[in-house]
Design a binder for this molecule. Sequence first.
Ligand code: SAM
Length: 280
Amino acid sequence: MTIYQEDSIEDLEKFEIELLLQGLYAWCGYDFRNYAFNSLRRRIWHRVHSERLSSITGLLEKILHDPACLKRLIADFSINVTEMFRDPSFFLSFRENIVPLLRTYPSIRIWHAGCSTGEEVYSMAMLLHEEGLYEKTKIYATDMNADVLKIAKAGLFPLGNMRKYTNNYLAAGGRKAFSDYYSVTNNGVKFNSFLSKNVVFAQHNLVTDRSFNEFQVILCRNVLIYFNKALQEKVHSLFYESLCMFGILGLGDKETIKYTQKADCYEAISQSEKLYKKVN
Ligand SMILES: C[S@@+](CC[C@H](N)C(=O)[O-])C[C@H]1O[C@@H](n2cnc3c(N)ncnc32)[C@H](O)[C@@H]1O
């Protein structure tokens, strides 16, 4: 038997990654087996080096015996980068093209899937408030990561981000003074509690959990980009089942419904802003 062939090193790495992901799934139910491989691989090596280990198998052993290390690895896989009114043109298009449709409903349910620390959710609450729709809306803000949801619930964000968020808000068609929505505290900026009064923050994993309601709008932005094609298809089926007819799906800048099995079920409201309407 030849043990060290040139290309078997790559095979071995792939095998170790598969073992790690299988182990993680079997041990604690987190299923990253269908996340995009290259991004996962980078994060795994980052964790191997940060823990001063020399192999991926060493990391598997450590996560099984050290719950704090397990938590750190899961945090590495949950990329939480977000901001208020991220891609302001998306929110501008939502205001101009989706709000008129929402006015026709007696009540509105919106699902923010993969909401991270909640900046996107507070942005939507402000927009709906300014359009007079917030009172009849219930927002379900979910993420697989319980720690980011705690931050989202608290509505407390770093003061240093406010200049950027103010610019985003204005570019997104904001109609008030952005600073009217928050007060500055010793711990950061606290957003007004009325913005979260119609929001339910809850843990939900897009890979392992099912649909839990029917929605007029589902926003899942900058999440599917971390999934492989098979998992993207599975999550698109979940969204399709969870949207009412003529419901709206909003994706991230680098994501699209095109080339998926559900492509024909949607009509683009704005292809550039990744806003789609379910039509069959
Ligand atoms: C980059 S953030 C996007 C936040 C926000 N939607 C935005 O566009 O700014 C990605 C979020 O997806 C969440 N996520 C990743 N995999 C998930 C899964 N399987 N189920 C639910 N949330 C997931 C991560 O925890 C993270 O908070």
